[in-house]
Design a protein. Sequence first.
Length: 389
Amino acid sequence: MRIVVVTSLYPNSMQPHLAQFNRQQFAALARAHNVQIIAPVAWTNEWLHAGHALERRDVRDDVTVQHPRYLFTPKLMRGWYGHFFVRSIGSAFREAVRTLRPNVVLGCWAYPDGWAAVHLAREAGLPVVIKVHGSDLLTLTRASARMRRTTEALAGADAVVAVSRHLRDRAIALGAAAPRTHVVGNGVDTSLFCPGGRSAARADCGIVSNKPLLLAVGNLVPVKGHDVLIDALARLSAQRVPFQCVIVGDGPQRDPLQTRIRALGLSDRVRLVGALPLAQLPTWYRAADLMVLPSRSEGVPNVLLEATACGTPWIATAVGGVPEIAHAGALVPAGDSPALCERIAAFIRSGAAPAPIVGPCTWDASAAALAAVLHDAATNHSNLCRQAA
């Protein structure tokens, strides 16, 4: 198949760590199909990274990627973001249609990305599939313009792909047709994320203390709940439970979180180490005694799949699709720092053994499942066109 992907969730030269789950899935998809990606970059991100040159046309994993500038009005006129998205990527999309002659369009993230993909695909007479990730459906306000546009996108797509059963149900509730809404889980690079020696990993990470190491991996944004984790760690410290914690990730909450760490007297026990390349994460998973994910909302987070593949036990909040993989970890309520503290303390005091390896799906298997949905959408669209003719 020939596939055009439309999404703002993809790495670029200014944000090399962005959305590695999409990069890995699309790279696997491109091993069997001809894929081109249109990944616009918000003008606000270009402004924030003004010292870094942005490559407008790039090649990653042997896939051609275009990065047009996404122009919009920050925090205003959200109901028009889809139209802004269409105008921003329109010329790049039409060029891709002209040169690739795609069989199908894949839009990742419901709005504005998926909405724009539906609009442009219909204009070109092409079938379109929307992939939803989690927060694009789970954090909507019912009366918002974003909600209305999201429901338009889901209803207008030839098929919808969700990363969990919970998210599929949510997509259907918002207007996606049930027979055309599918679950395709994310994968893991099992050649990279696999078990290894904890002592050697700790040495590689520069961990010298023998206290239990807690690890959190995720963007430093409110939805990831790092503030809840830090409050739970303050409770652990007050109970004299031994621990050290490393938080991997970056984002707008970094300074407030660092201030909170200092205010709670945790500076000698909790470190923010910033974002790290994907290739370095397995060593941190292996070094950790326990992975903690305190999110307020999730689809099925890849960091838990990666930790599982490395044999690292985890504790996470019971949100989104996380309960669907709870055989590999333990759950607590979202936003409940006392419950999180209690569960972590119980784990540390019990000296629990590493979790069993559950054998997560590979990216090749995930991409094959996604390709099957894309193929069916393209075939059904072709059949309808023939019938109409």
